[in-house]
Design a protein around this ligand. Structure first.
Ligand code: SF4
Length: 333
């Protein structure tokens, strides 16, 4: 029997290279090896966007199109909408008794996100909602609803898996052996830097290359990418490792990478022509994704039917867990 993988993504905008190389590329491989469940985490997206539901709603379809265009195969992976699986919400309520507020505040992932919020909104954290602090509990519900064996995560998300394991242990101790403790499948996918050299590519940072960007947008973005600031003239030698253009040449595996590197170091390459080469290669890289996107945009009923089928499948799986949970908790009437 194949092991079950559970992963998810919040529908808060189109996917960019950071999502692709940081997660989706790995999922394309995993869907061939495991029983893969991919959750479009719209309820989780609402923890940050509860006052903007139309944004989340629109992005559910955008995200589905992005994922399918990248090669997520609905025959291999179950793609479903979190909000439609009411069992996840029920489990979240049951699990909320098994974790203390102090423990949630100690969760390093929650802690660092609260710190970021404070830095962004400049307050002392009064606007942090109960739903936001509790999202590790809802994540534990996401994972256990599908009996997830393995959860692909980066190092920074390990505390969320640990929190889930704690909840599972506590549940099993109190109500009897019912739930499966998941293991983390540590991903070696890199965190992708932004066009401005920031360590993280992000929508809010305005430094992202989106998978749906057209040729003109790609050209504008790459032309404005940060290069080695010490290179003023075309024939100045430079350090490719200080240049985002070189970084993306490497990321999308330019076959002439060694030439780019040596010519840059010798001052035998101008930044404009180097950027044009990257624009060309980036468009070649994105073209198959754009083509598939066009197909799904023209055929929205196909996307809807994939989501409907995936969500129905997911619901059936979650129902099995819910039956066991309710029986164990003596609330099966
Ligand atoms: Fe970057 Fe290319 Fe300019 Fe070197 S030549 S600094 S790699 S853009």
């Amino acid at each position: 029997m194949k092991k079950t993988i559970l992963t998810g993504i919040r529908p808060t905008g189109n996917l960019h290279l950071g999502h692709y190389f940081g997660a989706v590329k790995n999922w394309l491989k995993l869907q061939n090896e495991y029983e893969t469940n991919i959750e479009i985490a719209d309820v989780q997206a609402l923890t940050d966007n509860f006052d903007n539901p139309s944004k989340v709603r629109k992005n559910v379809y955008e995200l589905a199109i992005d994922l399918l265009s990248c090669g997520i195969n609905p025959e291999k992976a179950t793609l479903y909408i979190q909000s439609q699986i009411s069992e996840i919400a029920e489990l979240t309520v049951f699990y909320s008794n098994l974790v203390t507020m102090a423990r949630l505040y100690r969760n390093p992932t929650v802690k660092s996100e609260i710190t970021q919020k404070k830095a962004l909104f400049g307050n002392s954290g009064e606007s942090v909602t109960y739903g936001f602090v509790g999202y590790p509990v809802s994540q534990a519900a996401d994972i256990t609803a599908f009996n997830g064996d393995l959860i692909p995560v980066g190092e920074d998300q390990l505390p969320l898996i640990e929190q889930c394991r704690e909840i599972v242990r506590k549940f099993n101790n109190i109500y009897g052996e019912t739930l499966k403790e998941p293991d983390a499948l540590l991903s070696t996918s890199p965190r992708i830097k932004g066009l401005d050299g920031n360590e993280k590519m992000g929508k809010s940072l305005g430094n992202a290359i989106y998978l749906c960007d057209n040729e003109e947008t790609i050209s504008k973005k790459i032309m404005s990418a940060v290069t080695d600031t010490n290179k003023i003239r075309k024939d100045d030698p430079a350090e490719p490792e200080k240049c985002m253009v070189f970084y993306y040449h490497k990321l999308i595996e330019n076959p002439n990478l060694d030439t780019v590197c040596s010519e840059c170091k010798k001052g035998a390459r101008g930044c404009v022509s180097c950027k044009k080469e990257l624009i060309n290669n980036m468009n070649k890289f994105l073209e198959p994704i754009r083509e598939k996107r066009k197909y799904y945009e023209k055929n929205p009923e196909i996307v809807e039917s994939i989501l409907k089928k995936g969500t129905e499948e997911a619901k059936q799986k979650a129902k099995v867990t819910m039956k066991k949970v309710k029986k164990a908790m003596m609330i099966e009437y």
